[in-house]
Design a protein. Structure first.
Length: 461
């Protein structure tokens, strides 16, 4: 129940901000606004003020403003003569100059982007949990075999002093500098046994990430314990009986020292059967399983996640000025990430099965809220940015579809016919409902798994 309430609160905030953008610019442009609704369906509560009815409706997956004259034919219920009257009414959306109509349509997505930039600094003021090691001196815990660091013969205990002449006081600075140079040569200053040395190292690219990020093979996160922190429902690990708290000792008779060894062995399996030995309550147990192919990142998985100890994390807070700078930088980073994902979806480099819908969003929102206010605000800002960008997609019914109509109107020097707009809107609605149904089905499968649901149904009968 708490998950549902948190999700409704978050979605209501995003929808209110989006629709308020349309509403306020429409009012300022002299356009009549008949309804401002949070939620869909029949009115639960409502009142009328200054010619606009404000509603609260029971279906919380969105909301809308009903702007007079935006769809004249639909408002006239198919009567062409009446539709013409509505379109020519001085308070009608359709009667306004093109630049005002564009401003009204853009205002919704724009307000979502404004919200993202406005609240993201709060995340850094309140603070988010981050690993303690990021602020520690960059002393090597170990070196990944066959990595650039191993080729350069770095050793456990080496202290990284600088990369490309830039001083690195802590792990955060090392990781940031390394990430900036994928497949490039860098000079590394380090100290070994009190003696300062320098090497030229050829970095590679971290193939575990979609973005081209430099890779050296010394990141402390790669040397975490092979302790299972979670088992995903419906995936191979759960099916064969692996449990949270198991310690992976070997895979196909190859000893496992770090969590990275697990991921490497699964990747090398190429989908072949694996013999996994774990330690559970002091006893060794062996399991045979076959990895699944993840549609999200196109790699083999068995469905286990790492155990993270809260004592390894710290909440760091920043002043107002630093928070504004860091918040803006984070927004631009997320902006680029969203467009990268969209580009990969449209080019077929990312499966549509990776899309999440209301159930996934609800789950993520609830998890963020439990993690703290900083995490919740961060997710709210990210979702607001995504809502703003997604609404600009050129699909009829969405704001982007309206902008396409207006672009054509500007080129033709006259509006599109009400009948064409009505047909296009219906087609867009079918597309949108189809997408919502698809991602909801995908959500159900991702969270519970259809195989588990079918097994539960069979058990009833």
């Amino acid at each position: 129940m708490s998950t549902v309430i948190i999700f409704i609160v978050a979605l209501s905030i995003l929808v209110f901000v989006h629709e308020w953008g349309h509403f306020i610019v429409a009012k300022l442009s002299g356009v009549r606004v008949d309804v401002f609704s949070i939620g869909f369906g029949p009115k639960i509560l409502g009142f009328t003020w200054h010619g606009t009815e404000y509603r609260l409706a029971p279906i919380p997956f969105g909301g809308y403003v009903r702007i007079y004259g935006q769809e004249p034919l639909e408002e006239a219920e198919g009567d062409l003569e009446k539709a013409e009257e509505i379109a020519n009414d001085p308070t009608s959306f359709s009667s306004k100059p093109l630049f005002k109509k564009i401003a009204v349509v853009l205002a919704g997505p724009a307000m979502n982007l404004v919200l993202c930039f406005a609240i993201m600094p709060l995340v850094f003021m309140i603070g988010r949990l981050q690993p303690k090691f990021l602020e520690q001196k960059p002393v090597l815990v170990d070196v990944i075999k066959e990595s650039p660091a191993a080729v350069a013969k770095f050793q456990t205990g080496d202290l990284i002093l600088a990369l490309n002449g830039k001083e690195t006081k802590n792990w955060k600075e090392v990781i940031t500098q390394v990430s900036l140079y994928p497949d490039a040569e860098v000079s590394v200053d380090y100290e070994r046994n009190g003696v300062k040395q320098q090497q030229i190292v050829q970095l590679t690219t971290n193939k575990e990430l979609s973005q081209p990020i430099g890779y050296l093979g010394i990141d402390p996160r790669e040397f975490r314990s092979p302790l299972v922190g979670g088992v995903s429902p419906g995936l191979p690990a759960e099916k064969v009986g692996l449990l949270k708290g198991d310690i992976v000792k070997s895979i196909n008779n190859v000893p496992v020292k770090y969590w990275r060894d697990i991921t490497e062995n699964i990747k090398k399996s190429n989908g072949a059967s694996l013999n996994v030995v774990v330690s559970r309550e002091g006893q060794d147990k062996a399991f045979n399983l076959v990895p699944d192919k993840s549609e999200q990142n196109d790699r083999w998985i068995i469905g286990i996640s790492q155990e993270f100890n809260k004592s390894e994390f710290i909440k760091k807070k920043f002043g107002i000025a630093d928070s504004i700078v860091l918040g803006s930088q984070e927004c631009f980073k997320l902006f680029g990430l969203t467009f990268d994902i969209l580009g990969r979806l449209f080019t077929g480099n990312l499966s549509v099965k990776t899309l999440g819908g209301p159930l996934q969003i609800a789950k993520a929102t609830s998890n963020a809220a439990r993690s703290g206010m900083g995490e919740f605000i961060f997710l709210l800002a990210f979702l607001s940015m995504q809502l703003g960008i997604m609404n600009l997609l050129p699909i009829p019914v969405l704001d982007g579809g309206h902008l396409v109509f207006m672009t054509v109107e500007g080129i033709r020097r006259k509006p599109l016919s009400p009948r064409f707009r009505a047909v296009a809107m219906q087609a867009g609605l079918v597309m949108l409902l189809g997408l919502m149904l698809f991602v909801t089905i995908n959500d159900v499968n991702s969270i519970w798994g259809f195989s588990n649901i079918l097994e539960s149904v069979k058990s009833i009968f």
